[in-house]
Design a protein around this ligand. Structure first.
Ligand code: ADP
Length: 434
């Protein structure tokens, strides 16, 4: 029991006994006892009121120095102690906040904090430079300051799995990448990176690949032309004929590589939206099947078309041809003689799926996530021997991305593979377009 409580109890005992003894001598002990206890309660209420007004003052300007006796004194001491602790914590937390603010101010990236109602709470120095924030902007909606419709749409959809890239409205030519990180109770942290330089370097890389591929095309055509002429010369020795045959084979490989590089760089650099036209699947796939049969040459495969190909996809005919033929030619290349290859078209509620399934070599699952990377080959020597460039699936991936479609690969080593292209239903026309 605390000392203060003991004191109060002692007082209570003293008041009770004294009033009872005095009351007893007047033969009215219960009257005296009641009056004394009533006065004691009044006294307790008075002390409580004093403590309350002391606490109110403590709330406004820190605990005053007044000393209370008894249990109230102890309560006041506890409040003083808590208040001192609170002050210390406040100073410590303030120091942490200041330090974090200093750190984020030093960041080259812009950082903005918005509350659960999307009102701006705080920003760092880089954000100020980028968006010219003023003090009066604090508490205002972020979308009233960054008014780009694409940003507003992205910010309000609440789906931030990938960042948003935009051209700055304030500085022409500047590209910004927005990352939004939700945290706490609906608050969001927005980190904005200036990616102008990275984009420029990426563009330079793409231009370089594109230019080199185009530049290589002409000399290759000339070299190939001469080899083809020389190889037909009647007096050619066997050794030279072999050498020319190999040169021809290698120049064919280089031509295929250059063509794939040109296709890939065109897909990458051509950022303009596709002007989609209905592409009838049936004739497209039929052409690919007969090309694939020709590609197999003496090696025969059972190539079939199944499902409902009587639909059209809104897209680009040339690009779709390139994607489906890459998948089909791969199936031919990586299937042994007599292997079955099926090109099927299936429709579900959400998608139209074009799948190329073979019963060929199959792929170890560990390779599947990397298959669409440029020049990624499961078996380098086999792919090269079969005339593979290592760019086919990268082209497929780019074409599908430009058609809002997705590639899914399933495969079992030694049993075969299935490459499925999922086109969103919005891109599908059910009527057959001739
Ligand atoms: P490549 O020109 O070498 O065929 P791709 O990008 O088209 O390049 O394919 C990448 C790799 O994926 C290939 O080297 C091959 O190992 C593997 N691959 C692609 N399609 C198939 C398939 N249908 N069956 C087995 N492996 C395949």
């Amino acid at each position: 029991m605390s000392r203060g409580l003991k004191t109060e109890l002692r007082w209570l005992a003293f008041v009770t006994i004294t009033s009872f003894v005095i009351g007893f001598s007047f033969d009215a002990e219960f009257v005296w006892l009641s009056i004394a206890l009533f006065l004691f309660i009044i006294w307790l209420l008075y002390r409580t009121a004093q403590l309350e007004s002391w606490a109110a003052q403590a709330r406004r300007s820190g605990p005053p120095g007044d000393d209370f006796g008894g249990i109230w004194g102890e309560i006041a001491d506890d409040i003083r102690l808590l208040s001192r602790r609170y002050e210390k914590d406040k100073v410590r937390l303030q120091a942490v906040v200041t330090r974090v603010q200093e750190m984020t101010s030093a960041l080259a990236d812009a950082v903005i904090l918005v509350d659960s109602r999307a009102n701006i709470e705080w920003w760092n120095r880089s954000s100020q430079d980028l968006f010219n924030f003023q003090d009066i902007d604090r508490g205002h909606k972020l979308v009233n300051i960054i008014r780009n419709p694409r940003f507003i749409n992205y910010f309000e959809t609440q789906s931030y799995s990938s960042p948003l890239e935009l051209e700055s409205l304030r500085n022409e030519g500047q590209h910004l990448e927005f990352h939004v990180h939700p945290f706490g109770q609906g608050e969001r942290l927005i980190v904005i990176r200036d990616v102008t330089r990275v984009n420029l370097l990426e563009q330079m890389r793409k231009d370089f690949v594109s230019n080199v591929s185009h530049e290589l095309r002409t000399p290759l055509t000339v070299i190939k032309g001469y080899i083809e002429t020389l190889i037909d010369a009647p007096d050619l020795s066997k050794t030279l004929r072999n050498a020319f045959n190999q040169m021809l084979q290698q120049s064919d490989r280089m031509t295929a590589l250059v063509n794939d590089l040109i296709t890939l760089s065109r897909l990458e650099t051509d950022q303009t939206e596709l002007k989609p036209k209905p592409v009838a699947l049936s004739p497209l796939l039929e052409t690919i099947v007969s090309d694939a049969q020709a590609l197999g040459g003496k090696i025969h495969h059972q190539i079939t078309l199944s499902g409902d190909a009587g639909v059209s996809i809104l897209g680009n005919n040339q690009e779709l041809h390139s994607a489906f033929s890459n998948l089909t030619f791969n199936a031919v290349k990586y299937s042994p003689e007599g292997g079955g290859i099926d090109i099927s078209v299936t429709q579900t509620e959400e998608a139209c799926i074009v799948s190329v399934t073979d019963s060929g070599l199959g792929i170890d699952p560990k390779h599947i996530p990397r298959l669409t990377e440029r020049f990624y080959r499961v078996d380098d020597s086999r792919s090269t021997a079969l005339g593979g460039t290592g760019l086919g699936l990268a082209i497929v991936k780019h074409v599908l991305a430009r058609h809002d479609a997705e590639l899914k690969i399933t495969s079992h080593l030694g049993k075969g593979s299935s490459f499925s292209c999922y086109f969103p239903i919005e891109r599908i026309l059910r009527e057959k377009v001739a």
